[in-house]
Design a protein around this ligand. Structure first.
Ligand code: SF4
Ligand code: FES
Length: 238
């Protein structure tokens, strides 16, 4: 027999002057293999049409469904309700990002600003001839780049980072990961001094307090702390 679960979600619309932050409680029957994506969809279609939360892929790929689930930043579509033995799940929007409504936050603007801030693109004086194959690189280097490119900008590392919560302009593990990704790409002609100009300050590589929460919560299991330590060591030697 299925049990009843209780989902408690923050409700607040900052663009509505009459809205006040409050918790709404929803009770629903748990189904086999139920994820929080399924539970929230059920709530939105049958109990509260006004509840807002974000989803796109439902498969841990797009990074849209990050939220604070019983105190931890996680992806709702990859979280089974059966993990919570007492059947009680409290949901909050991710901190650090502007709140749109309820559980929905604007990670896109934050990520756009971060990508501009760390110049998250190949910098090269070479002209690209798209009729020709790209310059070959060593398979191991390509593998290392692809590994870091798996980041889906979900923002969980940012939401779990004390520095990011305290410092508005901190680029976060996601931004430092981008810099490492381009620093190891042979197509990119920038040197360590160029990267120092971008992240050699307290809003960049020296702002990290090494609390490791970014790596603990990254759903892609990216080696964020190893990469941050690698880049910090390079930056102190510039
Ligand atoms: S590094 Fe991991 S936690 Fe951070 S944005 Fe990328 S995928 Fe999400
Ligand atoms: S909906 Fe895409 S990662 Fe959860």
């Amino acid at each position: 027999m299925s049990r009843e679960i209780t989902i408690i979600a923050l409700k607040y619309n900052p663009s509505d002057e009459t809205s006040k932050p409050r918790f709404a409680e929803y009770k629903l029957p748990e189904t086999a293999g139920m994820t929080l994506y399924i539970a929230l969809t059920k709530i939105k279609t049958t109990i509260d049409h006004d509840l807002s939360s974000d989803f796109v892929c439902r498969a841990g790929i797009c990074g849209a469904c990050g939220m604070i689930i019983n105190g931890k930043p996680r992806l709702a579509c990859k979280t089974l309700t059966s993990e919570f033995k007492d059947g009680k799940i409290t949901l909050l929007p991710l901190p650090t990002f502007p709140l749109i409504k309820d559980l929905s936050v604007d990670t896109g603007s934050w990520m756009k600003n971060m990508n501009i801030r760390v110049n998250s693109w190949i910098v090269s004086t070479q002209k690209t001839d798209i009729s020709k194959f790209e310059k070959k690189i060593e398979p191991k280097v390509a593998e290392d780049i692809f590994e870091l490119d798996r980041c889906m900008e979900c923002g969980l590392c940012v939401a779990s980072c004390s520095t990011a919560i305290m410092k508005e302009n901190f680029v976060g593990a996601v931004g430092l990961n981008r810099v490492v990704r381009f620093s190891i790409d042979p197509h990119d002609e920038r040197n360590d001094a160029d990267f120092y100009e971008l992240i050699g300050d307290d809003d960049g590589i020296f702002g990290c307090m090494s609390l490791l929460a970014c790596e603990d919560h990254c759903p892609k299991n990216l080696p964020l702390q190893t990469k941050i330590a690698y880049m910090r060591r390079k930056m102190v030697m510039v």
